[in-house]
Design a protein around this ligand. Structure first.
Ligand SMILES: [Zn+2]
Length: 160
């Protein structure tokens, strides 16, 4: 039996509801599920950032279905990519702020995932750091993880 969230082999799976879908998950992943009783009354603030991002992504994916063609999306782990690239260059946030002509507080918020960088800042960050923060998303395509397998919550957790 594989956990349907993180993909780990588990002997003690448990059914939980995630976004109204019943999934068999390992004990570690039961916290991602909505509670059986009163799941809809769960306050939004108690939900994990990952869930919110997955949801946002899902919304973006479905809204894109009305358009034709591929589009570029901000990668989900942009914070890590920015931090890593900045670390490789040996820059502190102040330096990156100077290179992108942004406030240091903005850089800090972007790296912390508090704000999603606007298109203009994404471009500046990509240029300053020499990295790519965009990925091509095929319209109507399936999310694929490394090696072409389906992307699971585990992939997002690992990147945090
Ligand atoms: Zn799991």
């Amino acid at each position: 039996m594989r956990c349907e969230l993180c993909g780990k082999e588990t002997g003690a799976h448990k059914p939980v509801f995630v976004e109204g879908t019943k999934l068999n998950v390992c004990p570690a992943c039961t916290r991602f599920g909505d509670k059986f009783s009163g799941g809809s009354s769960t306050p939004a603030s108690s939900r994990s950032v990952i869930e919110e991002r997955l949801e946002k992504r899902k919304r973006r994916m479905s809204s894109r279905d009305v358009f034709s063609g591929d589009s570029e999306e901000l990668v989900l782990d942009y914070q890590a990519r920015i931090r890593d690239a900045r670390g490789r260059l040996g820059w502190d946030q102040e330096r990156l702020a100077a290179e992108t002509k942004e406030k240091k507080s903005i850089i800090a918020k972007v790296e912390a995932g508090d704000i999603t960088p606007p298109e203009s800042l994404v471009k500046k960050l990509e240029k300053a750091l020499g990295i790519s923060l965009k990925e091509k998303v095929l319209s109507g395509g399936e999310l694929k993880g490394p090696g072409g397998r389906g992307l699971t919550l585990g992939d997002f957790i690992k990147k945090e």
